[in-house]
Ligand binder design. Structure first.
Ligand code: HEM
Length: 237
């Protein structure tokens, strides 16, 4: 793995991004987008609070900068400034991820009906789509959340080892670099899938990041158990 990454890192990232674009495009052509888009009118249910939206925006922007600068460093031996930009945004991304983890991890704990959602992959492989059991977040979103947290941990540990070796002028440990790079590619692919699902396959869902509100029709279709769960735990939605 170390040999392959050291010599073909630029190929690995290019291939991973290209394959993800091909798969999502094919999905859009063959299966298509959700039939229940989130329209602008009747947005009466609060899905994301202001804090959730602000933290997501900072996490999202720091991720874009950290992955763009990281990719630049793969293709060109970067100058000090790009390295610095990469490290600062990496730390910001870690700080946002930890805050989100501490504040909201409970929303991402698995429940029994998540199994049913997973059995049909939420209908994402069928043209009919159909509504499948999901609370505030479906099983796919929960898996995505936990994977991003695990990989943020791996990236932060390996990243800080690499940063230390740069500062103390010790030669970069190739195996740490390989783990860092391959984990980064994995997270980039995951986030590309997340962006496809939130912007393209589920039209209008971007509104959650702006107003934080959704329509009842959208909730009934995508997260039918959300209201039921909230009543049980006496959380207002
Ligand atoms: C890069 C552009 C991004 C866009 C356009 C985007 C868009 C969105 C949208 C629209 C939602 C609301 C989905 C819903 O209410 O069901 C959402 C939720 C979420 N986003 Fe992002 N996001 C981006 C980047 C990221 C990144 C980098 C991460 C973390 C690595 C992330 C993690 C999450 C999580 C954990 C949620 C809640 C669960 C989920 O919907 O999967 N997002 N995002």
């Amino acid at each position: 793995m170390v040999y392959v990454y050291s010599n073909f890192a630029y190929m690995i990232i290019t291939l991973a991004v290209a394959v993800t674009i091909i798969i999502t495009t094919l999905h859009y052509i063959v299966i298509g987008a959700s039939k229940v888009p989130l329209r602008a009118n009747n947005q009466v249910i609060q899905r994301f609070s202001l804090a959730e939206r602000v933290l997501h925006w900072i996490r999202m922007l720091s991720f874009i900068i950290v992955s763009a600068s990281g990719t630049y460093l793969i293709f060109r031996e970067g100058g000090k400034n790009i390295g610095m930009l990469h490290s600062i945004n990496g730390i910001l991304f870690l700080a946002m991820s930890l805050t989100i983890l501490i504040l909201w991890y409970k929303q991402y704990t698995f429940t029994e009906y998540d199994r049913d959602w997973l059995r049909y992959l939420g209908g994402y492989l069928s043209k009919e789509h159909g509504s499948h059991p999901a609370g505030k977040f479906n099983a796919g979103q929960k898996i995505f959340f936990w994977l991003t947290m695990v990989f943020t941990g791996i990236l932060s540990i390996t990243g800080s080892i690499l940063m230390k070796s740069k500062i103390s002028q010790v030669s970069v440990n190739e195996s740490v670099l390989a783990v860092h790079g391959i984990s980064a590619v994995f997270v980039i692919v995951l986030v590309m899938g997340h962006v496809y699902l939130s912007l393209v396959a589920n039209p209008g869902t971007w509104r959650v990041l702006v107003s934080g509100k959704v329509t009842k029709e959208w909730v009934d279709y995508h997260h039918p158990r959300w209201g039921i769960d909230s009543k049980k735990s006496k959380i207002k939605i």
